[in-house]
Design a protein. Structure first.
Lengths: 422, 173
C-alpha cells in the first residue's frame, strides 16, 4: 500500500528537510518548474480526480480553474489548517510528522494558479505544527526552493504562517479570509466567490492541508497513478482517516478511499474496545449524519457515503458503543455548534440554542411527542442560515431523527434517558 | 506602559503584514502574553499600534476563544467538551476538576492560580479526553491524572511567574 502522505514519516519525530529531500522530496517541484506549464500542473490535478479533503469534497483542480488569469494584480492561495471540526485531527498529525509535503504542494499550487503570496492559516493550539511549517519554509527558502526566483526560474513565492486565536467559524473559507485580514471572522456572502473576489478583494484559492500535501505526489507520479491508489474505480487517492471513540486503536491512518467502514474499524482500528459493540459512528466529523451497523459495508468515499445518507467530510470517524445515548451524543454536537455560532444570522444564532434546548429536554426526560416534529421542522429551517455552519449542525439531528426515532421516543415515553445519559 | 522592546517587536510584526490589521491577532496575543490577559490598557495600545479604534480591537478580542478580555488565573486550563472527549469521559473529568478546585466552569480559583474553561475540540481526539494548559496538550486525562497534571502545573507556576500562554512542561500526549 503506497502512502503519498505518510511515506516520509519517522516514528515519534518529524522528518527532516535532508531526509525528505533524499526520498525524492521537492522532485515534483523541480519537474514542474523544468518542464510543465502552470496549466499542465492544473490539468494533472484535474485529471487525478483529487477532491478537497477539508470536508466539502470539491474537485481541487476545478476550484483552481475558476481563478481568472487575465485580471492584473495579485492572487492569493490560502492553506486552511483551522482544523476545529470535533473528531478531526488529521492535519495536526500530518504536519507534526511532515510539513514539507505541504510546503512543496503549496508551491506547486501557487505556480499553477499564478500566486506570489500564500498563507498557511493554522488554528490555535497547533503550536508544533505551526513551528514545523515555519522551519520548513525557512529551510526551503535557504535551499532556493521557495522565496525569490525559485530554482532560478523567475517564479517567486512568499509563504507566511498565520496563527489564529481559536474559533470554529474561521474554518469557513470566507470567514477565514476575514480573519486573515484582521477582521471579525463572520462569513461573507457568496457570490462573489473567493476565486473571483477573496482575500483583500483579490482572486483567492482556499485548500485544506491534506489536499495540498497530496499535490507533489500527483505531479511526480501522474493522474492515473493517483486514481489507482483508491480501492474502488470511482474514487481517487488515499485519505487520512482519524478515528476516535470506543475502538482499540484510535489513531490517524492513511488508507485507500473506498475501504468500507467495517474494514477500517476491524482492520487498522483493531476492532471495538473489549466488551463493547458497535452502535453507531460519525463518519466524517461532527457535522455528518450518523452511520449505524447497516452502513458497515459502505465504501468510504465522497459519493458512496453521500448516497448512504451522510458525508465523508473530514474523515474524522467517532465510534460509539452500545451504551451511548444517541440523543445525548446529538445534544453534545448541537451544543458545540450553538456555542461556536458567530452570531451573524438569526437562524443560526437563535435556532441552534433552541434546538439544543429541545434535545436537552428530551434527554432530561421532559420531552413530548411534538418535540420530534419540532426537531424535524428545524432541520429544514436552519437551511436558511447565512453559511453552512447551521445546516452542518443539523446533520446529526437529521441522522438522529432518521435512524434513532425509536430511541428518542423511548426517552419521551419513559420520561428519562434509557441509557443513563452516556 | 508597554516596554519599549515589546513595542518594537510588535511594530516589526506589523511592518511585515500586508495591511496593519492583518497583524491584529498576533499583536493581541503578544500583549496578552505580557499582561496575562488583554487589559483595557493593552487593547488601547493594540489599537494605537494597528491604526484601529479601540472598539475595532474590542470587536476582535471578544471574538476569539484564546483572547481573554477579563482577568484570568496564572494558568488557563482548557478542557475539551466536544464529542470525542465526551464519549471518553470528558464530563467526569470536568466534574472532578471543578469539585477539586472549587470553581464552576469558567471560574478562577480563589488563589488566582487556575481558570477552568470548557472549550471546543482541541484536535487531540485520538487521545481523549484532552486538556490544554497554556500551549501544552495533555491526552488520555483520567480524573486522577487531571488532578496530578494540575498539581504539577501549580508547582511550576510558582517558579515561573508569567501569565497564560507560556509553555511549561514537556509535551505529554
Amino acid at each position: 500500500m503506497e502512502q503519498p502522505l505518510f511515506r516520509h514519516n519517522r516514528p515519534g519525530r518529524c522528518v527532516t528537510f535532508v531526509e525528505y529531500r533524499a526520498e525524492g522530496g521537492f522532485a515534483a517541484l523541480e519537474k514542474a518548474l523544468a518542464g510543465m506549464s502552470p496549466n499542465d500542473v492544473q490539468q494533472v490535478v484535474i485529471d487525478s480526480g483529487l477532491r478537497g479533503r477539508g470536508g466539502a469534497g470539491f474537485p481541487t483542480g476545478k476550484k483552481w480553474s475558476f481563478v481568472p488569469r487575465d485580471i492584473p494584480g495579485p492572487r492569493y492561495l490560502i492553506c486552511n489548517c483551522d482544523e476545529m471540526e470535533p473528531g478531526t485531527y488529521k492535519d495536526r498529525v500530518l504536519l507534526e510528522a511532515n510539513p514539507y509535503s505541504l510546503v512543496e504542494g503549496m508551491t506547486l499550487a501557487a505556480y499553477a494558479i499564478g500566486v506570489a503570496h500564500a498563507f498557511i492559516f493554522i488554528r490555535r493550539g497547533y503550536e508544533e505544527a505551526a513551528e514545523n511549517c515555519r522551519r520548513a519554509i525557512a529551510e526551503a527558502k535557504a535551499a532556493g526552493l521557495l522565496g525569490e526566483n525559485i530554482l532560478g526560474t523567475g517564479f517567486s513565492l512568499e509563504l507566511d504562517v498565520h496563527q489564529s486565536a481559536g474559533r470554529y467559524i474561521c474554518g469557513e473559507e470566507t470567514a477565514l479570509m476575514n480573519a486573515l485580514e484582521g477582521k471579525r471572522a463572520n462569513p461573507r456572502a457568496k457570490p462573489p466567490f473567493p476565486a473571483v473576489k477573496g482575500l483583500w478583494g483579490r482572486p483567492t484559492v482556499v485548500n485544506n492541508v491534506e489536499t495540498l500535501a497530496n499535490i507533489p505526489a500527483i505531479v511526480a507520479n501522474g493522474a492515473a497513478w493517483f486514481k489507482g491508489l483508491a480501492r474502488i474505480p470511482e474514487a481517487a487517492g488515499m485519505k487520512l482517516f482519524c478515528v476516535s471513540g470506543h475502538v482499540n486503536n484510535t489513531a490517524c491512518f492513511e488508507l485507500p478511499l473506498g475501504m468500507t467502514l467495517g474494514e477500517i474499524i476491524d482492520g487498522p482500528c483493531g476492532g471495538m474496545l473489549p466488551g463493547r459493540e458497535f452502535k453507531a459512528c460519525i463518519p466524517g466529523g461532527a457535522s455528518t449524519p450518523f452511520f449505524t451497523k447497516a452502513h458497515w459495508n459502505v465504501p468510504m468515499d465522497f459519493d458512496t457515503v453521500a448516497k448512504a445518507g451522510s458525508r465523508l467530510g473530514t474523515g474524522g470517524i467517532v465510534v460509539f458503543d452500545q451504551n451511548t445515548c444517541m440523543v445525548a451524543a446529538t445534544l453534545n454536537l448541537v451544543a458545540f455548534y450553538a456555542r461556536e455560532s458567530c452570531g451573524w444570522c438569526t437562524p443560526c444564532r437563535e435556532g441552534l440554542p433552541f434546538v439544543q434546548d429541545v434535545l436537552a429536554r428530551i434527554e432530561a426526560g421532559e420531552g413530548r411527542e411534538e418535540h420530534i416534529g419540532i426537531l424535524r421542522e428545524h432541520v429544514q429551517y436552519l437551511n436558511y442560515a447565512f453559511c453552512p455552519l447551521a445546516p452542518g449542525a443539523m446533520g446529526p439531528v437529521e441522522g438522529l431523527l432518521r435512524l434513532f426515532e425509536d430511541e428518542i421516543r423511548e426517552h419521551i415515553v419513559l420520561g428519562r434517558c434509557p441509557l443513563g445519559g452516556k | 506602559m508597554i516596554p519599549d522592546t515589546l513595542k518594537q517587536q510588535l511594530a516589526a510584526r506589523i511592518a511585515h503584514a500586508v495591511t496593519n490589521r492583518e497583524a491584529a491577532v498576533d499583536v493581541m496575543k503578544e500583549l496578552q502574553r505580557h499582561y496575562g490577559w488583554l487589559t483595557d490598557e493593552a487593547a488601547e495600545a493594540a489599537a494605537e499600534l494597528l491604526g484601529l479604534t479601540p472598539l475595532q480591537v474590542e470587536e476582535l478580542a471578544t471574538f476569539y476563544e484564546m483572547i481573554y478580555r477579563r482577568p484570568v488565573g496564572k494558568r488557563v486550563v482548557h478542557i475539551c467538551d466536544s464529542i470525542s472527549c465526551w464519549a471518553m469521559g470528558g464530563e467526569s473529568l470536568m466534574a472532578h476538576l471543578t469539585a477539586k478546585l472549587g470553581v464552576e466552569p469558567g471560574g478562577t480559583t480563589a488563589d488566582g492560580m487556575f481558570t477552568l474553561l470548557p472549550c471546543c475540540c482541541l484536535g487531540n481526539c485520538g487521545e481523549a479526553p484532552t486538556l490544554m494548559i497554556g500551549d501544552t496538550l495533555y491526552g488520555r486525562v483520567t480524573p486522577e491524572r487531571g488532578e496530578e497534571i494540575l498539581s504539577k502545573a501549580r508547582e511550576t507556576a510558582a517558579t515561573v511567574p508569567e501569565g497564560p500562554g507560556t509553555p511549561q512542561e514537556e509535551e505529554n500526549v
